[in-house]
Write a protein that binds this ligand. Structure first.
Ligand code: PMP
Length: 394
């Protein structure tokens, strides 16, 4: 025990977490991201990264980063508005705007920062934000930071959202949702949200962290659903399917200009290194032109779902209905989630156990990638079946 009650309290809280199977430990990887990674000295098959297209270690993206470092150095040296906005970033914003069918776009250093940029910039006291209860933590934090009225509706509950909008007398209204839910893998009813945004004069902010690169021929969930409107503010993160880091927001010119002028997590931070924008140019080339990569991922998703529907009908778990790369397997309790994840790791497969407070119901979160081969996905299915059956018998 230390002499500080403060430090002792922290230690007590951590041991309470440990006793509930909620203590979090990091894994140190000793290889680049990919279908196979080195973990604790062993090679394991990796089913928990968000590198959906296998671009994090793609030769042309790596080469573009190297070339970018040679040409632009490694640091940006200043914030975008001071002296840290470079040509590759500027041209990348133009490309992302065009790719998303929007007049303008702006790059942020991470998706978390993008959410923190947009919502507090657009809303303040007297305004209201309407958010799905399963939105990502960064969206929740952004909504709290905005000091606007923070109204949450049950997951995908269009009727409840409509009631909240109808009751609201806020000056500005913003509906803010994940397009693909990061822990459930399902897609928000965005067409209905857009109709409500029109009816109640709101804007619609969409966090497409998990749809960009995968859905809608790579353009994301809006393209998948055929939606477009000046009321939509679109955000995609670039550390997942794009394989690098960062995020972009695409919207009407006036929204982007407003963010450049007022968004605090954009203005008061050192710009990301320009070499990342160089890597992202190469990554966008792959997303635009290498359709086979996306097809492979979609075929893995179909196979995985089909396996569960046919081979694991009576298994002691529930596969949530998801058509995306995120396939969540709900299990009985935290300890089961941890035990199954460990049993899979013992068999050479890395699958994350996700527990409260990240989610309400503990689960294994399988993420599939174009980097996996058909045999990798078949092995995953066989091993999940084996460890589930063993757990049931044990
Ligand atoms: N939004 C969603 C839905 C996410 O899943 C994540 C990342 N887990 C983020 C935002 C944050 O993005 P980034 O990792 O680029 O900060």
């Amino acid at each position: 025990m230390s002499e500080s009650p403060f430090l002792n309290q922290l230690a007590t809280e951590l041991s309470e977490r440990e006793s509930k199977s909620l203590y979090r430990r990091r894994r140190v990887l000793d290889s680049p991201q990919g279908a196979r990674v080195m973990c604790n000295g062993c090679e394991v098959l990796n089913f928990c990264s968000n590198d959906y297209l296998g671009l994090a270690n793609h030769p042309s993206v790596v080469a573009a980063a190297q070339q970018g470092a040679a040409e632009w150095g490694v640091g940006s040296g200043a914030a975008h508005l001071v002296a840290g906005h470079f040509t590759p970033q500027h041209t990348l914003e133009e490309r992302f705007a065009a790719f998303s069918g929007k007049p303008a776009a702006i790059l942020l250093s991470t998706g978390f920062m993008a959410n923190l940029a947009v919502i507090p910039a657009l809303l303040g006291r007297g305004d209201a934000v309407f958010a799905d209860k399963l939105n990502h933590a960064s969206l929740n934090d952004a909504c709290q930071l905005a000091r606007a009225d923070f109204k949450r509706f049950a997951h995908n509950d269009v009727a409840q959202l409509e009631r909240l909008l109808a009751q609201s007398d806020a000056k500005r209204k913003l509906i803010a949702v994940d397009a693909v839910f990061s822990m459930d893998g399902d897609i928000a009813p965005l067409a209905q949200y857009l109709a409500l945004a029109e009816q109640y004069d709101a804007l619609l902010y969409i966090d497409d962290a998990h749809g960009f690169g995968v859905l809608g021929e790579g353009r994301g969930t809006l393209a998948e659903l055929g939606l477009d409107s000046p009321r939509i503010i679109y955000m995609a993160t670039l550390g997942k399917a794009a394989g690098v880091a960062g995020a972009y927001i695409a919207a009407e010119q006036v929204v982007i200009d407003y963010l450049i002028n007022t968004a605090r997590s954009y203005i008061y931070t050192t710009a990301a290194p320009p070499l990342l924008a160089c890597a992202l140019h190469a990554s966008l080339d792959v997303i635009e032109h290498d359709k086979a990569r996306r097809e492979r991922l979609l075929s893995h998703i179909r196979y995985f779902k089909q396996f569960f529907a046919t081979e694991l009908v009576d298994a002691p778990c529930e596969l949530l209905p998801s058509d995306t790369a995120i396939q969540p397997l709900i299990v009985k309790d935290n300890a089961t989630a941890v035990a199954l994840s460990q049993a899979l790791l013992d068999a050479g497969l890395l699958v994350a156990a996700i527990r409260p407070p990240t989610v309400a119901t503990p689960r294994l979160r399988v993420t599939l990638s174009a980097a996996h081969s058909d045999d990798d996905v078949k092995l995953l299915c066989r091993e999940i079946k084996r460890v589930l059956m063993a757990a049931e018998q044990g």
